[in-house]
Design a protein around this ligand. Structure first.
Ligand SMILES: *Cc1c(COP(=O)(O)O)cnc(C)c1O
Length: 377
């Protein structure tokens, strides 16, 4: 007799779709028989500079201790982060990427009786962790592709335990002013945890980097999550963190797996925080790349959503899946975002200048192809 294991999965999990990552370079190279070196991947908002040399040498040095468990408390990394941000180490929680952090938060504060609020077009991991724990997701319609913060605050009920806010948001690149975010915080009851996901905060103005940290003093229900995956260039190592009151941090650390961040990641992340020069170059390459892409898209007559992140969502129309395929055929990987309810957009990450140009040239050809197709009926 055969069992349908689908029916054994808990209810929320039965309806889950796996997270769709960007296509890996080696996979496309195999499929097309291309040299991986000729492929441009602008699909996962990765740092185009490659890793910082400080991070690399710290990682190499840590290899010698691979037989040891990592420091389960992440002492050195927490010390450096908290010193840099003017907090106590007891306010820092480390995660296996900030995805891990988001899941730890959800499992700590919500269960299958809870409602969790997030925005339409927001980061895919919010509905994913919500369903995985059997909670009810409350998706609030977006405004101009961004979060409608006042509608999100109005969606709070007695059952609301968590609100996820991405600022800037992925995949839209929309961001709210810090004043607007603080107004929102002030309008949410203190018993509701607000997760402010700042995965792209390093790309904002430097002064903004510290503002949300100050809010932790006034809003004990606030959790700010950040990552080493984007501007710090360590996506492959999986390390993120969140900042909160000591009381909330204590809860998160009960749920967190004891060794959720490995020793190489701890070493590299601790070292990269000293590489201000790398961060400055990341910001500079991103700012000029955003301009280059925006100008190129305008020249192609395409609309895009102005972005505060390291990527742009561009509107290519109903032909988006075909355009995506035609880009792949030219060795350029971007990200379709139909899964976010944006079937006519593609998301392109900011690359090095030559990579951005490769994308724009390939896109021009891919669009031309679509006109030929329609002309041929
Ligand atoms: C990329 C991203 C993250 C970070 O993911 P990691 O698990 O830290 O690699 C978190 N939130 C948003 C909105 C992102 O785009």
């Amino acid at each position: 007799m055969s069992i349908d294991y689908q029916t054994l999965a808990v209810e929320g999990v039965q309806g889950l779709m796996p997270y769709q990552p960007g296509k890996p370079i080696d996979e496309l190279a195999r499929e097309l028989g291309l040299d991986p070196a000729g492929i441009v991947k602008l699909a996962s908002n990765e740092n185009p500079l490659g890793p910082s040399s400080l991070a690399l040498s710290a990682a190499q040095k840590a290899l010698g201790d691979l037989c040891r468990y990592p420091d389960g408390n992440g002492f050195a990394l927490k010390a450096k982060l908290s010193q840099k941000l003017g907090l106590k180490p007891a306010q820092v929680t480390l995660g296996n990427g900030s995805n891990d952090i988001l899941e730890i938060i959800a499992r700590s504060f919500a269960d299958n009786t809870a409602e969790i609020i997030y925005s339409q077009y927001a980061f895919a991991v919010y509905p994913l962790v919500t369903r995985a724990i059997g909670a009810k997701g409350v998706e609030v319609p977006a405004r101009d592709w961004g979060h409608d913060l006042s509608a999100m605050a109005s969606a709070v009920t007695d059952k609301t335990r968590l609100i996820f806010v991405a600022n800037p948001n992925n995949p839209t690149g929309t961001a709210h002013s810090l004043e607007a975010v603080e107004r929102f915080l002030a309008s949410v009851p203190e018993r509701v945890i607000v997760v402010l996901d700042e995965a792209y905060c390093e790309y904002l103005d430097v002064s903004d980097y510290y503002t949300s940290i100050q809010w932790l003093n006034h809003y004990p229900n606030l959790i700010v999550s950040r990552t080493f995956s984007k501007a710090w260039g360590l996506a492959g190592l999986r390390v993120g963190y969140c900042l909160a009151s000591a009381a909330v941090t204590d809860i998160l650390n009960r749920v967190r797996q004891p060794f959720n961040v490995d020793s190489i990641a701890l070493a590299a992340a601790t070292a990269v925080l000293d590489d201000e020069d790398y961060l400055a170059r990341s910001r500079q390459v991103n700012a000029s790349g955003l301009k280059q892409l925006a100008a190129g898209l305008e020249a192609l007559g395409l609309r895009y959503i102005p972005s505060s992140g390291n990527f742009i969502a561009v509107e290519v129309g109903p032909e988006a899946p075909a355009v995506f395929e035609r880009l792949l055929a030219q060795g350029v990987i971007v990200r379709p975002i139909a899964g976010y309810g944006m079937p006519e957009h593609l998301r392109v990450s900011v690359g090095l200048p030559a990579e951005n140009q490769r994308f724009l040239d390939a896109l021009s050809k891919a669009l031309h192809g679509s006109r030929q197709d329609s002309a041929n009926g």
